[in-house]
Write a new protein. Structure first.
Length: 319
């Protein structure tokens, strides 16, 4: 649904029993604000609050009778996995041991917000939201230690991104491995996020190995670790792993580097730099023409080398 009118229209198409299920849901959008009499009659305001409080993104916004009731946890025990080519389909996978009677909880925080402070996590989840998961109930040294570990994960994530941007895959791999180490310390609390980080470690190891063929970067170790974690979350995640395998195997290699180099800031800056070097100053042109005339009797390959503009005229200009 894209508008309030569509929400109301779709609600009216439901059976009486299904309408009751929707109206039983709770809203976190101004829950204590009284509904005016006029709005109460058509339920428009209430439906809007209920929909946008419980909606889930799976090929668009949708309301689920059961899944929409699953609460958030900063240490989830299930993962909600979506498959792009199945409209609205969500698969629920256990990502840690669940005892009989345990409440099923998922992580609704986007990106790396799971590793922010408790206050920031609540802010991202919504106004007046209060998480009562096991992680948020920690106190004293346990709470401080947990927050510090999450901060270290976030810090290394950012460093990994920075080094990838500059094409230094070896340094990016080191920070990614450190991040994975902190995740291992938190263990089951972050197992879902660990899947994507392990996949990234494997991909960085492949790229770094191409840059440093002589180094032992344990590519196969991270490849297998990624496979095991993807298998834990079911066929959909396993498919991501298999596609990564195919993509890496299909990449041609030239001179120890992948043929399709990642578009980093450094790569983007190369073209402008090349153009600047090609734009010769008057003194550069004079030097170049003299070099070409003096090397007229030389072989074509040597003539090409000697005709390149040198940096001497520039140094003279600076003096």
């Amino acid at each position: 649904a894209k508008s309030v009118d569509e929400v109301v229209e779709n609600f009216e198409k439901l059976s009486v029993k299904d309408k009751e299920k929707v109206l039983e849901m709770t809203s976190k959008i101004n829950p204590d604000q009284p509904v005016e009499e006029g709005e109460k009659e058509d339920n428009k305001s209430k439906l809007t609050k209920l929909f946008y409080s419980n909606t889930m993104n799976a090929a668009g916004q949708a309301l689920y009778y059961v899944l929409s009731r699953v609460k958030h946890s900063c240490g989830p025990n299930i993962a909600l996995v979506t498959k792009p080519d199945t409209y609205g389909h969500i698969e629920v996978r256990a990502c840690r041991a669940i005892k009989k009677g345990d409440e099923l909880r998922a992580d609704y925080l986007p990106g790396i917000y799971l590793f922010e402070t408790k206050e920031m996590r609540m802010k991202v989840l919504g106004v007046n939201y209060s998480c009562d998961c096991g992680v948020c109930k920690l106190e004293g040294n346990d709470a401080q230690e947990n927050e510090t570990t999450r901060f270290r994960i976030k810090e290394n994530y950012r460093n990994t991104t920075i080094y990838v941007t500059f094409g230094d895959f070896l340094q990016a791999l080191e920070h990614c491995k450190t991040m994975l180490g902190f995740m291992d310390y938190l263990d089951e609390e972050v197992v879902v996020k660990k899947v994507s980080v392990t996949l990234e470690c494997w991909q960085l190891a492949v790229l770094a190995q191409l840059q440093r063929p002589e180094a032992d970067l344990e590519v196969e170790k991270y490849k297998e670790k990624a496979r095991v974690l993807c298998k834990l979350l079911g066929p959909i995640e396993e498919e991501k792993w298999s596609k990564t395998v195919v993509e890496e195997a299909a990449k041609p290699v030239e001179d120890g580097k992948p043929a399709t180099e990642p578009k980093t800031e450094e790569t983007r800056e190369r073209k402008p730099r090349k153009k600047e070097s090609e734009e010769k100053t008057d003194s550069d042109k004079a030097t170049s023409s003299v070099s070409e005339s003096n090397s007229a009797t030389k072989t074509p390959s040597k003539t090409t080398k000697s005709s390149k503009p040198t940096s001497k005229p520039k140094k003279t200009e600076k003096k």
